[in-house]
Design a binder for this molecule. Sequence first.
Ligand code: PCA
Length: 222
Amino acid sequence: MEKYKILVTGFEPFGGYKQNPSQIIAEHLPEKIEKEMPNVELQTAILPVAYKKAKDKLLTLLDSYKPDIVLSMGLWAGISYVTMERVAVNIMDARIPDNDGYQPIDEPIYTEGPNAYFSTLPIKSIVKRLKESGIPASVSNTAGTFLCNYVMYIALHSRATKGYPRRSGYMHVPLLPEQTASVKSEFGIPPSMSLENMIRAAIITLKVTVEKFYVGDEKILL
Ligand code: PCA
């Protein structure tokens, strides 16, 4: 049986948070995917929240593993649902310094790259399946201009220039309940989602992507 080669990435903690839920999700996936998706070969990686190191690590992984599918994930503190990102833009505009203290403002990711790439994951089908499974989810039309947008753009640029990964995209996830339990601001307690639901969201995303892998033009959002 031909196996789909999948790379899932999460991020290290950043911005004052001690944990990054995307890292914890990625660490739980190998065991679950082995049971639930026998047609898949999975690699997971935790990327540094640092522009230079994240790019080196991601490109090394892409060039050595040559995955069919890449799902990258990161934290978006403040959302109450998971988002499937539609677009990655060719800009680094960091609202805070990265974990190495680097803070690019209005710089392109690749000087020769197009302004934007659309996700090649079937984002509409994924969001539909997530909602049917009881997981709050939405398409998002911006992944921001920090590390999340950056790694999404790099994977899509690799597809455009080298042909792999055929499908890639990005999922933003909320905080974990234990990260918000004792935070109270004038806006109340920030939204969160259980780890169990976030892990399920990642598995559903991969299942729908594999189901749709050969359906239609990979550039079209199915
Ligand atoms: N979230 C950040 C970078 C790392 C992460 O988990 C972002 O949304 O850009």
